[in-house]
Design a protein around this ligand. Sequence first.
Ligand code: GDP
Length: 434
Amino acid sequence: LPVVAIVGQPNVGKSTLFNRIINQRLAIVEDKPGVTRDRNYAPAEWLGHKFDLIDTGGITWANSNIEEEIRAQAEIAIEEADVIVFLTNVTNHVTNLDERIAQMLYQTKKPVILAVNKADNPEQRMDIYDFYSLGFGDPIPISSVHGTGIGDLLDQIIASLPKDISLNDNEQISFSVIGRPNVGKSSIVNRLVGEKRVIVNNEEGTTRDAVDTPFKTKDGTKFRIVDTAGIRRRGKVYEKTEKYSVMRAMGAIEHSDVVCLVLDASTGIREQDKHVAGYAHDAGRGLIILVNKWDLPKKTSNSGKDFEQTIRTEFQYLDYAPILFVSAKTGQNIEKIPKLVQTVYRNQQQRIKSSVLNDLLLEASKLVPTPMIKGKRLRVYYMTQVSVNPPTFVVFVNDPELMHFSYQRFLINQLRENFDFTGTPIKIIARKRK
Ligand code: GDP
């Protein structure tokens, strides 16, 4: 998907605009628990055109001054985005910082749309003419708080998006390799595709697809590793920030069928691993845990089991994810990664017939009584699969309030026991039978 980035000096209203634009979709997507994290990257849509939106203002780090911050923001926008929204604020008039940002944006050939925020009333809308001096053509007056002008801005964004970005090639299984810095992501990718074949293209105007790396296994299965440039690029100050790496990871997750989360056997599990894992889980993608640098720890007969146990304890919600111990250095188990990705991909696409599901429901009801809350017992009438990727099931019941978490968990386990859903999350939605 094309990427749109919002840039602007602090307090012009970047995150309000960001939330305005993504709101419609989030209202739908966030209808599941655990997804209320602070975001600076989200999928968005306008008139059927999909794109990813970045709020560069969310990416800051300690001990930096405003100068450094806006420089980093502009660089991120120039590197990542296909279209840049330069946000200013009418009540400030044109500031020095606006001019500084403009200078930086002159250096890109990518389309820059100038929006002037807080143009809440007609008088203020007159003041937007000052902003022609920034040199980005017609300024678009908006009010992120009141929602005026947002449609015009979105129309402009859509009109500026690159044409003909070829999307998912259906024959390819796309996956990403994510994790905190230095766990060995680029080493793994290099091992998988061969050092020379990793295309890293930093040229201006390259689309996201150009930084994906396609490869084929011996049996002819085609894969695409998403966002390999993001994995290999390195050195800029902002790339070391946690928010930036999370943003990259979220972008990669959105564009993948299957996500490989890399952990480092030599350092153990860190807080940042958990953040990245949380995003992968929330996105509902297939997930594989790779424990890399397995050549390093001194091993006893139990090391593998012990490490696995630690992972299961630390990432309880990822109980569906298979774990593979690998070493990018020695090559151990690296060739098993594509096979496993393929298996997880197949599992998440799986469809189970309703008749089979209802047999399972009947058997399940014999194993465990349905929960009873305040004297009222849950009755489960019927179950059907409504979608794949992730497999999602609707259960029709007498009262959805009675569908206790633990019973939902029990049904998911029944599904896992009867079918191979390794690597994919499963969703169960309780609906009242009409
Ligand atoms: P990235 O930031 O996640 O892409 O990590 P890199 O691939 O750049 O690896 C970080 C460091 O770990 C480099 O010095 C690698 O040589 C080293 N490294 C990566 N994989 C392995 C491995 O399996 N074993 C050992 N011993 N070192 C590794």
